[in-house]
Design a protein around this ligand. Structure first.
Ligand code: PGA
Length: 252
């Protein structure tokens, strides 16, 4: 039985003080989620990770939004996995569409990061999803399959089991235009079949999230779909009241 997961991606929002204030406000709702068998987490910016980790309910997952595949060295502006581990972070988002678009991150680069995270005993959350153009041309599945095959290349089934996959159609991110539950379930079902081709029965254990304009009032529809195991939420995860609404929606 796959455990449901709600992960808030804060993107480039909140100062450390604002992030810590959210963390303090979220304590009870984290307990509530966990007691109902829902994993819950947030992904703050690097400068907020330590503040959030210290202030938040220890049952809450705290994830980085990116990492370097290198341990140390001349990589100006990068943050390494050992640095994240040193402040108690053991989850990391990889290949978010904004990083692919603005930082030229390829699925091959994501593959190196995922392997480095797994080698360090961390949990990667690997994002995939098609552009509006690919969606309109009916090429969603081809596009997403390529991202899955390249991003998860050469992983063993046991390693794959530790990866969370997030399907986020780019045209639905931050636009208020969420994918219908039918589209989300159809693509996520396809993602699971692709994972099954690659990793056999391990695919049955892998958690796959939907992301893209998820809100407190639509999250339950996604969660009700058999192959959707949770949500990666941007805008609606920033405010504690809305975050609580998302948790409640997950349980409806
Ligand atoms: P959104 O972002 O919920 O604001 O659409 C989702 C994401 O980018 O992870």
């Amino acid at each position: 039985m796959r455990k449901k997961l709600l992960l808030g991606n804060w993107k480039m929002n909140k100062t450390p003080e604002e992030a810590a204030s959210f963390a303090r406000a979220a304590s009870e709702m984290v307990d509530f989620a966990v007691s109902h068998n829902v994993d819950v987490g947030v992904a703050p910016t690097y400068v907020c990770l330590d503040a959030v980790k210290k202030a938040i309910n220890p049952k809450c997952i705290v994830a980085a939004q990116n990492c370097s595949e290198h341990d140390h060295g001349a990589f100006t502006g990068e943050i390494s996995i050992p640095m994240l581990r040193a402040i108690g972070i053991d989850w990391c988002i990889v290949g978010h569409s904004e990083r692919r678009a603005y930082n030229g991150e390829t699925s091959e680069a994501c593959n190196a990061k995922i392997k480095a995270l797994l080698a360090a005993g961390m949990t990667p959350v690997y994002c995939c999803g098609e552009s509006l153009e690919a969606f309109e041309k009916g090429e969603t599945k081809k596009f997403v399959a390529e991202q899955i095959r390249a991003g998860l290349k050469d992983l063993t089934p046991d390693e794959a089991r530790k990866v969370i996959v997030a399907y986020e159609p780019i045209w639905a991110i931050g636009t208020g235009k969420s994918a219908s539950t039918e589209i989300a379930e159809d693509t996520i079902g396809f993602v699971r079949r692709t994972l099954r081709e690659l990793f056999g029965t391990a695919a049955v254990d892998m958690r796959i999230l939907y992301g893209g304009s998820v809100k407190p009032d639509n999250v339950s529809a996604y969660i009700g779909a058999p192959d959707i195991d949770g949500a990666l939420v941007g805008g609606a995860s920033l405010d504690p009241v809305s975050f609580k609404g998302l948790i409640e929606g997950m349980l409806r």
